[in-house]
Design a binder for this molecule. Structure first.
Ligand code: NAP
Length: 237
């Protein structure tokens, strides 16, 4: 499905990111993996490993220069500050906005300006259903909402080059940030929360499959779309 495609995944060592990285590799992509976290867990399924901190843009240039031109880019890095706005520290709010919105925008800008995105490439941004409003996650919800706006704008800006830009918005997935959310909830509250998912909470594979579809030629007429993968959690809201 993705044979001969060169794809870079950021956040590839994270909970959902590892699922995406393994799936893209299985589908035949030359799948390059980047993260700030230890990349050893995806060494066996990566064409190359690029350690990269989104908060240190000065270090990107050298790291990304080694890459071949890309057919696909997946931005799966992310930061959660579990706090309502009134309790949100300005520095924490700022960091979430920089990791989840500013850095992805500037990284794509850098790839465009350095000729690293091929005509016809596909960009997939991992957003969240929190973009619709998520009490207790003020910065996170705002950053993901901004990411969706960026996605739609970029889809229009890059259409002349047939570069497609889409988002996948997961609901609760049993990986990575889910562990952080769990820590803040009582078992009873968690059980009640999970019951709001009509077909249960998700697994990384449930995000990897739609990401792979959007990267594939089968999605060549789909751009500017936010693909919600949430087991029906937002139905009726
Ligand atoms: N899990 C869910 O329920 C859920 C639901 C909706 C959306 N999402 C989205 O899915 C994506 C993956 O989330 P996840 O649950 O898999 O969480 P995760 O395991 O924490 O993955 C996020 C990755 O981003 C990396 N990262 C954070 N700050 C960075 C920085 N400054 N530079 C480079 N990398 C950085 C993390 O590295 P460190 O470990 O070093 O911080 C981590 O490897 C995120 O965009 C998240 O918003 C997750």
């Amino acid at each position: 499905m993705l044979a001969d495609k060169t794809i870079l995944t950021l956040g590839a060592a994270g909970g959902i990111g590892q699922g995406i990285q393994r799936h893209l590799h299985r589908l035949g992509a030359r799948a390059h993996a980047s993260d700030r976290a230890d990349l050893a867990p995806v060494r066996d399924c990566a064409a190359s490993l690029l350690p990269l901190d989104l908060l240190k843009p000065e270090s990107w240039v050298a790291a990304l220069a080694a890459l071949p031109p890309l057919d696909g880019l997946v931005l799966c890095s992310g930061k959660l500050d579990h706090a309502p706005l009134a309790e949100s520290a300005p520095a924490a709010f700022d960091e979430v906005m920089r990791v989840n919105l500013l850095a992805p925008a500037m990284l794509i800008r850098h790839l465009l300006r350095s000729g690293k995105l091929r005509d016809g490439a596909s960009v997939v941004l991992i957003s969240s259903i929190a973009s619709r409003g998520s009490p207790g996650n003020a910065a996170y919800g705002a950053s993901k909402s901004g990411l969706n706006g960026l996605m739609r704008t970029l889809a229009l800006e890059l259409a002349p080059r047939r570069i497609r830009v889409n988002a996948v918005s997961p609901g609760l997935v049993a990986a990575g940030m889910y562990e952080e959310v769990r820590k803040t909830m009582t078992p009873a509250a968690l059980e009640a929360y999970e019951k709001t998912y009509p077909i249960g909470i998700g697994q990384p594979a449930d995000i990897a499959a739609p990401v792979a579809f959007l990267l594939s030629d089968g999605a060549r007429w789909i751009t500017g779309h936010d693909l919600v993968a949430d087991g029906g959690a937002t139905l009726g809201t």
